[in-house]
Design a binder for this molecule. Structure first.
Ligand code: HEC
Length: 218
């Protein structure tokens, strides 16, 4: 009893703490990843996920957003509203991922094609102008002929942004006077192309004099 009284409160606390120390927590029964186990008939310790398991963020409940298809046909609407921000994002992603082959104008004469890769069709044909939006999404997702798929590099929302931008590109190359909103100014001289078409400098640029004119022409 006397010895016990001599213990400082700190020492007493230490004894209590050490009493809880056992190796069990360190040596838990477990399998190394993919190790063999005869507990299960298939001898695999790693168990397959329960049927119907969905990884976080991969529910894909709205299947149109991830396939561009309704049943087995491409649909013709965007799964979210197209804002200026969406178009700008699509523009940026298109220039990064698609323009090397399709050119920034979409005429199919990008730099890689000029170096010998198979030339894609221009987007500015009757057939592709009439192609539904979901078709472009599907081509990007799964590839098309010589063109690889981009699903692993471009997430679905960005693929849709590119779809919206391609449609804008198509409209921009197929506009008529009746598309100009009433009261808008039309530049008197047509835009001039600088450089080699398809060299990456294929977007029309206004002459410096017109730019100085200050009218917003887009
Ligand atoms: C490496 C070059 C390359 C890149 C990069 C590329 N494409 Fe293509 N694309 C092609 C070729 C080549 C074809 C024609 C394939 C064929 O007919 O075999 C094609 C065809 C297409 C078509 C037309 C399909 C049809 O019905 O004729 C679309 C639409 C298209 N690409 C969209 C895209 C989009 C969007 C991107 C960017 C995400 C992209 N491509 C990136 C090479 C490319």
């Amino acid at each position: 009893m006397r010895a016990f009284q001599k213990l400082s409160p700190l020492g007493f606390a230490c004894i209590l703490l050490l009493a809880g120390c056992r190796q069990d927590m360190h040596d838990q029964p477990r399998f190394k990843p993919l190790a063999k186990s005869d507990f299960y008939p298939d001898l695999r310790s790693a168990r397959p996920p329960v049927e119907g398991t969905v990884a976080r963020g991969q529910l894909q409940e709205d299947s149109y957003s991830y396939s561009g298809k309704i049943g087995s046909n491409p649909g013709d609407y965007m799964p979210f509203p197209v804002t200026e921000e969406v178009l700008e994002r699509g523009h940026e992603r298109f220039d990064i991922y698609c323009s090397p082959c399709h050119s920034r104008l979409g005429d199919g004469r990008g730099m890689i094609v000029q170096r010998g890769f198979r030339a894609p069709p221009s987007y500015h044909t009757e057939r592709l102008r009439n192609a539904p939006l979901g078709y472009f999404f599907d081509v990007m997702t799964h590839g098309f002929g010589a063109m690889p798929g981009y699903a692993s590099q471009i997430p679905p929302r960005d693929r849709w942004a590119i779809v919206a931008y391609i449609r804008a590109l198509q409209l921009s190359q197929h506009a008529t006077l009746s598309d100009v909103p009433a009261g808008e100014n039309i530049p008197s001289a047509p835009p001039v192309f600088r450089g080699d078409p398809g060299s990456g400098a294929t977007l029309p640029e206004l002459m410096p004099a017109e730019r100085a004119g200050g009218e917003e022409t887009r």
